[in-house]
Write a protein that binds this ligand. Structure first.
Ligand code: NAG
Ligand code: NAG
Ligand code: NAG
Ligand code: NAG
Ligand code: NAG
Length: 193
């Protein structure tokens, strides 16, 4: 009998707690639902292609080391190397081709055994309706693999609620200067407004 009463009290209490919680979860003074039509009906899935120009040398370098590789005996990578970038995004592989945006951010060599970079960068675009909109990547980039996939973690402007990924491959590396051109095929959802 005592146990039944206890269970009953527990259920009543739980129900009370649940209803209280539900009320607390309702839209209130600091949160409310947004109209899903604002997002769903305006959703686009698009494929952008950019060429990412990592210019490390010369007077016009856009990729600057801010932390050098951590010296350690027998290390087979550039572990620790960190570069801040303001890299051009061009329409073609030639770095003199039309500039359509810039990659702002930095990348960090985060493996002690391979050439694997953590990419933290935002692509800000300049063209047409995309002018001023940006897409953000946070990704592992093992550069010796032919094709790498970098997740899109968000965006603003035309890229609000962005989700997607980029398939990237290095198309040229200048052994003399260290300059690199990487092709980015970005598959991303975005919104027209
Ligand atoms: C986005 O989608 C809308 C309709 O859903 C369409 O009219 C528009 O052309 C699309 N834009 C792009 C860039 O795909
Ligand atoms: C740097 O850019 C300027 C202006 O575009 C150009 O005249 C110059 O030749 C460039 N220098 C190098 C080393 O690429
Ligand atoms: C460095 O690598 C060599 C060859 O792999 C190995 O024989 C040596 O023990 C290593 N030294 C250290 C300090 O790890
Ligand atoms: C890139 O474009 C410039 C100017 O149009 C040209 O002189 C150069 O040969 C091109 N480079 C390559 C690798 O195609
Ligand atoms: C992009 O926007 C900036 C600032 O609003 C403006 O100065 C620039 O001309 C625009 N570029 C294009 C290609 O529309």
């Amino acid at each position: 009998m005592a146990l039944k009463t206890l269970i009953f009290s527990f259920l009543v209490l739980s129900f009370h707690t649940l209803t209280t919680a539900a009320t607390a979860d309702q839209p209130s003074f600091f949160v409310r639902s947004i109209d899903r039509e604002m997002t769903e009906k305006k959703e686009n899935y698009s494929h952008f292609r950019f060429y990412w120009q990592d210019i490390v040398g010369g007077a016009n370098a856009t990729s600057i080391p801010i932390i050098e590789s951590i010296p350690k005996f027998n290390l087979t990578s550039t572990f620790g190397l960190t570069r801040v970038i303001d890299n051009a995004l061009t329409v073609g592989p030639n770095r003199t081709s039309k500039l359509v945006g810039r990659a702002h951010g930095f990348y960090v060599s985060t493996s002690q055994t391979e050439y694997d970079f953590l990419m933290i960068q935002t692509f800000v675009l300049f063209e047409g309706v995309y002018n001023g909109s940006s897409i953000t990547f946070l990704a592992r980039n093992p550069i010796n693999e032919k094709v790498r996939e970098l997740p899109v973690v968000g965006g603003v402007g035309r890229f609000r609620f962005a989700k997607g990924y980029a398939r990237v491959n290095t198309i040229s590396f200048d052994y003399l200067t260290g300059d690199t051109t990487v092709e980015y095929n970005v598959y991303v959802s975005h919104y027209h407004h």
